[in-house]
Design a protein around this ligand. Sequence first.
Ligand code: PAF
Length: 435
Amino acid sequence: MRPRTVHLALGSNEGDRRASLERAVQRLSAVPGVEVLRVSSFRESAFVGAGPAQGAYLNGVAELRTTLPLPALLAVCKAIEAEAGRRLPAPKNHPRPLDLDIVLAEGETFDGVDLVVPHPRWHLRPFVVEPLRELGVDVEGAPRTERPLLVDTPGAIAALASAWTANGCVVGLVPTMGSLHEGHASLMRIARSECDRVIATIFVNPLQFGPREDFAAYPRDLGGDMRLCAAAGVDAVFAPPVAAMYDERFCSRVAVGAAAEGMEGAVRPEHFSGVATVVARLFAITRPHRAYFGEKDAQQLAVIRRMTHDLGFPIRVVPCPIVREPDGLAMSSRNVYLGADDRRASTILFRALSSAQHAFARGERDRDGLLARARAVLASEPRALLDYLELRREGDLEPLPPGPIAGGRMLVAARFERGVRPVRLLDNMALVEES
Ligand code: PAF
């Protein structure tokens, strides 16, 4: 590999800190293919961050010239850390005799499981910025790793996702239509905890709206969405214009069968075909390992599971629990359109489902009895105009066989029409024995 300049951050807050840093520099100089050009002065900084109370760090930066590929240089750093007595894998935010981080590499980036160059937070750390400045690095002009990256073409997000996969990352996808709220943030946090890289997509998909539905008026707020994605630890946001997803000759559709019949499928005939088409397209573009969907849209989840299986996408569909407001209303982007009175009335869905769940937990096993109980609660709220109330098999939402039930999922949809604009709300709940 051609020689290029690499900056390495050095830190220690355990044992003889100065001796550890100096020994690390000597060790680096002895590695074939590595020449230490210069080392900044060392400076002290207090430990910041979560973790056990611990002493101050001694930090500096070494400037190297190296022919080693960045993963090989990382392996060298890990070996020198281990030799200095650092326990590896290192517990997060614990004191350490030696910490070596690759911060910048001239003209080069790397984005893998254990290594991201430029280091994603180098510019936020004065104990890295100041030594770099001392070494004459133009810190204002130096490259940064932006997170989340905002990408708007299928080609660019496909290239990013496939580079992550090639570097050994597990990639998680969180498809959304934007106007993000805490419910979406919870999907992203679950994805963050299970994957090395998380892509959120923000695309208001025209194919899943009927002619009289609210496609044009669907709430959009890319700035707010980017802030939420950043706080939830998303690595890339894919927010394409409609023409990038569906060019003028686009004419293919995923047809979905039984899973899309009844309930939402009866009220919104083309909806699930539109959902399945866009999700299949997002899967094909990003090729994630895992994809995260909320249980609030339970029938959508069943349709997507079926489609993923039927079309053979090698993707794990991960269901994520419903996130509720403190009074029980399931979070939804459309809740903003409820007027104050409809907003108060909207908790009736949660109360109706909860009454069935309580009855089930107390031993009621008759399907009609459970439905009647929930229907009676719904009937007590005249603002809620019921579209359907169903009790289905958990998971695939197939109709339950006759006879006493052993469990299931109750699903409800109702319209509230007296607010800022008419809103349809969906909710559902698993009927389970209480533990
Ligand atoms: O649930 C949604 O927000 C959408 O239906 C989805 C899955 C992103 C497809 O457009």
